[in-house]
Write a protein that binds this ligand. Structure first.
Ligand code: URA
Ligand code: CA
Length: 441
């Protein structure tokens, strides 16, 4: 078997067998064939697609291209959660401590920011002293002791994805359903959990901008996850505006703490409780979603969730006093309040552009080697559907310099469309997909 024969077959739109797919995944992991052949193969997959059987085989082959974490030393059903990426989306920092406070172990490996989207690891590193690079042993011990850990990938997980993801980024082959499914699920399956809750974003800030393709992506992920032996549920959630009000690393940690302290509500809280509820149900801790959400609300109101976050920060070397004193988080030197400047209604937001505005302020990386300004970002004070006057606050900028603040103001204004007629509020959830099918909400 040669890589050239496999490319030829996929070019003609034929179905690859398991051995051919394993050959391709191994070649990517070991870099034993030239990048131009891997790139040609990626484009053939992007143009001709894959059957469910091929996508499953590719996912499993990519999972098996490296280590698979063994979480069996942690008692109970371990449920993982994965979001496909968003702006102002800090659900992990809200739900991980709450779910753990309700008795379900949370052993979570998260990622860094990518493009216009934020990453949990970067947010956590805005907490002074916080370590995200635990060894597998430390990771397992911490979950056994306090019920929760959120860390970077331990060991050598899904190296085939590392190679392929970097090539997809520079060959216009990111937007391929079989490549997205195998990329996300190979890493989730290698991370060792027993069940998976997927948060598939849809809208102007998501990987998939329209609902039908988001549902299609979710259906295939649920099918492949289930075939791989992990009960999988996917929620389609809206990304037509940033999920939380805070965008930027330390600002998003602040919003998560505000929610856990009972001072803030809104869409981030609702989405976190819903996703966390599905985790508790899959973990066998609640009989249904209603009971699960009640348990999470109770953990929030009693302060158990905030105490669990403090325990997690302390266990990972961080300064947990941030949970009681937000001024210990990094603070930006320039703060500027922006007003709407007109009357009307908030009709639309270009959420990708809003994410890029925060990235340009220093909240994200332009190049892999860039460092992050943890304090940079903004607090968005309007939602789609709001009625505004010229004096209504639009956002509070947290910038390194006046010039950064001015550029951000222009970018944020350009990303928001006001109109004279009202528009409907954006929905948080549009559909739920499980092994029984799709339910539209
Ligand atoms: N996130 C991933 O890890 N892979 C993709 O292909 C898309 C989003
Ligand atoms: Ca996220």
């Amino acid at each position: 078997m040669t890589m050239l024969e496999i490319i030829e077959k996929k070019k003609l739109g034929k179905e690859l067998n398991r051995e051919e797919i394993r050959f391709f995944a191994r070649a990517a992991a070991e870099r034993s064939v030239p990048d131009y052949q891997l790139a040609a193969m990626l484009m053939a997959i992007r143009l001709n697609g894959m059957t469910d059987a091929e996508t499953t085989a590719l996912t499993l082959a990519m999972r098996d291209s490296g280590d698979v974490v063994d979480l069996s030393a942690i008692p109970g059903i371990k449920v993982d959660k994965h979001s496909t990426g968003g702006v102002g989306d800090t659900t992990t920092l809200v739900l991980a401590p709450l779910v753990a406070a309700c008795g379900a172990p949370v052993a979570k490996m998260s990622g860094r920011g990518l493009g216009h989207t934020g990453g949990t690891l970067d947010k956590m590193e805005s907490i002074p002293g916080m370590r995200i690079g635990l060894t597998e042993e430390e990771f397992i011990r911490q979950v056994r002791e306090i019920g929760v850990a959120v860390v970077g990938q331990t060991g050598h997980l899904a190296p085939a994805d590392k190679t392929l993801y970097a090539l997809r980024d520079v060959t216009a082959t990111v937007d391929s359903i079989p490549l997205i499914v195998s990329s996300i699920l190979s890493k989730k399956l290698a991370a060792g959990s027993d069940a998976i809750v997927l948060d598939v974003k849809t809208g102007s800030g998501a990987l998939m901008h329209d609902l039908e393709s988001s549902i299609h992506l979710a259906e295939i992920m649920v099918r492949v996850g289930t075939m791989a032996g992990k009960p999988t549920v996917a929620l389609i959630s809206g990304m037509d505006q940033p999920l939380g009000t805070h965008v930027g690393n330390a600002l998003e940690v602040k919003e998560a703490i505000d929610i856990l302290a009972g001072r803030a509500g809104g869409d981030l809280k609702e989405v976190s409780l819903t996703l966390g509820g599905h985790m508790l149900v899959l973990a066998g801790r609640a009989k249904d979603q209603e009971e699960a959400v009640r348990m999470l609300e109770h953990a929030l109101e009693s302060g158990a969730g905030l105490r669990k976050l403090e325990e997690m920060i302390t266990a990972q070397g961080g300064d947990s006093r941030v949970c009681r004193d937000l001024s210990l988080l990094p603070q930006a030197p320039v703060r500027k309040q922006i007003l709407c400047g007109r009357s009307g209604y908030v009709n639309r937001m270009n959420t990708t552009a809003l994410g890029l505005a925060a990235q340009a302020m220093g909240a994200g990386r332009m190049r892999a080697e860039d460092s992050i300004d943890y304090a940079a970002g903004y607090v968005l004070q309007i939602r789609i559907g709001d009625r505004v006057t010229p004096e209504t606050p639009l956002c509070e900028l947290h910038a390194r310099t006046e010039a950064d603040a001015e550029r951000a103001e222009a970018a944020i204004r350009a990303a928001i469309t006001f109109g004279d007629s009202p528009s409907e509020r954006a929905k948080n959830f549009l559909a739920i997909v499980n092994r029984d099918g799709v339910r539209r909400l």
